[in-house]
Ligand binder design. Structure first.
Ligand code: UDP
Ligand code: MG
Length: 322
């Protein structure tokens, strides 16, 4: 008789930053899910991204109650993408990894469907929003980014997908081969390839608390998304340069001919000059800005600083007395 197939371990990587208000509900809903499904071994990895509130202690207490819950504590706040990378590194060895937010906007109840799609042969399963809970400026920002990213990137991401999803072990290993510092998870997930499936879900409101990603940080990730996945801004600059140079040449020729043939009195041209100087100044500044974006990223990459620092487990507690 054949031995029963071993059940796969599924890790859940969940970045946490100041989420004390949602953690109790997150623990309850995850535990209900784990207790209701027996064909996988669950391994929730909560990455505390330098919270200023007692999130880390809450996770530690939960881990003491239920050892399936693991805490990875970063030495300070490194940002969502870095916390995610830390969790993925920690979860190596699991057969598959679910990536999700802590605030329950990504409902854990969808996870079994992600697992079914993975078992069906997809190495990457993206949870796709049927509806979005965000409204106002944040919503406009998300929509604008997806439209921009879609038209710029060589590896467009599906507009209604985000971090929430599942990636198999081979995809996790592929992630670890990507050495870059500026990481934009959905873009990298599209870049690594592999058979991909989508599972529809309704994006929820945050269960409690307020969004922890500031608008500034979201804009930074959006820029990372664009500049790490496209050289188009540089190419646009070249085209703009060629266009402006041709226009300048044509205008110069026009004024020389005007002067030679003296059709009319030569133009005094102050307005034209002022307009041209400001226009060209603007184009040049934009050009320098775009170059700077790439240059800054190259600088960050060559420094080769790690993306995050994990607090050693022993340091999480108080140091022993001397
Ligand atoms: N988060 C994090 N580090 C940060 C900011 C946020 O780990 O510096 C976590 C946060 O706790 C949550 C997830 O990232 O689990 C998504 O953050 P949030 O809900 O604030 O962002 P949004 O839903 O607007 O993308
Ligand atoms: Mg959220």
């Amino acid at each position: 008789m054949n031995a029963p197939a071993p059940i796969p371990t599924i890790a859940l990587v969940i970045p946490v930053f100041n989420e004390q208000a949602v953690l109790p509900e997150l623990f309850t809903r995850l535990t209900a899910l784990f207790d209701g499904t027996h064909d996988c071994a669950w391994r929730p990895v909560l990455v505390d991204d330098g919270s200023h509130d007692p999130s880390a202690s809450l996770i530690r207490a939960q881990s003491a109650r239920d050892p399936r819950f693991e805490l990875v504590e970063l030495s300070r706040n490194f940002g969502f993408q870095s916390a995610l990378a830390a969790g993925l590194a920690h979860a190596r060895g699991a057969e598959a990894v679910v990536t999700m937010d802590a605030d329950l906007q990504d409902p854990p109840e969808i996870i079994p469907q992600l697992v079914v799609a993975w078992r069906g042969g997809a190495e990457i399963v993206r949870a796709m929003r049927r509806t979005r809970a965000e409204t106002g400026l944040r919503r406009v920002g998300f929509d604008l980014f997806h439209r921009l990213f879609g038209s710029l990137s060589d590896f467009p991401i599906e507009p209604n997908t985000g971090t929430f999803g599942l990636i198999g072990r081979h995809a996790v290993e592929a992630f670890h081969q990507l050495p870059e510092r500026h990481r934009f998870f959905p873009g990298l997930r599209a870049w690594i390839g592999f058979p991909t499936a989508d599972v529809l879900y309704d994006r929820q409101e945050r269960a409690a608390g307020v969004p922890q990603q500031t608008f500034r940080r979201l804009i930074r990730y959006a820029l990372d998304g664009v500049f790490s996945f496209s050289h188009l801004p540089l190419r646009v600059l070249t085209y703009a340069g060629i266009f402006v140079a041709c226009m300048g040449f044509a205008a110069g020729l026009f004024f020389i001919l005007w002067r030679i043939f003296q059709f009319e009195r030569s133009p005094t041209g102050f307005t034209t000059l002022a307009a041209l100087i400001t226009f060209l100044g603007g184009v040049q500044l934009i050009g320098i800005g775009v170059l700077g974006e790439y240059l800054g990223r190259i600088y960050d990459e060559v420094k080769r600083r790690p993306n995050y620092i994990v607090k050693p487990a022993a340091r999480s507690a108080r140091p022993p007395p001397c």
